[in-house]
Design a protein. Structure first.
Length: 97
């Protein structure tokens, strides 16, 4: 569990969207889009490097982009990124970036 993992939202998501490839991968893996968004907004960043986790903690306090990385059952990975201005949150595959 991350230091900031909460049961309530920690920040605004803005408009939530996903790339077609991310949606297809989630469907194939039987993973709900909403489950990953809920984890992200409550501070469960998934499997981040220590440096990225520190960046997220700083971004919560001072503003900045937030990144979560979630491995899926088929070895695929989905990223969830909330923009620094909190206007949008996007689910995407790393190769969509």
């Amino acid at each position: 569990m991350n230091p900031t993992t909460s049961t309530v939202p920690l920040f605004s998501l803005g408009t939530v969207c996903a790339t077609p490839a991310a949606l297809e991968t989630l469907h194939t893996c039987n993973v709900l889009f909403t489950d990953l968004v809920a984890r992200h907004v409550t501070g469960d960043w998934g499997v981040l490097s220590e440096a990225d986790a520190v960046r997220n903690e700083t971004a919560l306090e001072q503003g900045g982009r937030l990144l979560s990385v979630y491995p899926l059952p088929d070895q695929a990975v989905v990223w969830v990124i909330t923009e620094a201005d909190r206007a949008a949150t996007t689910l995407l595959l790393p190769e969509d970036y």
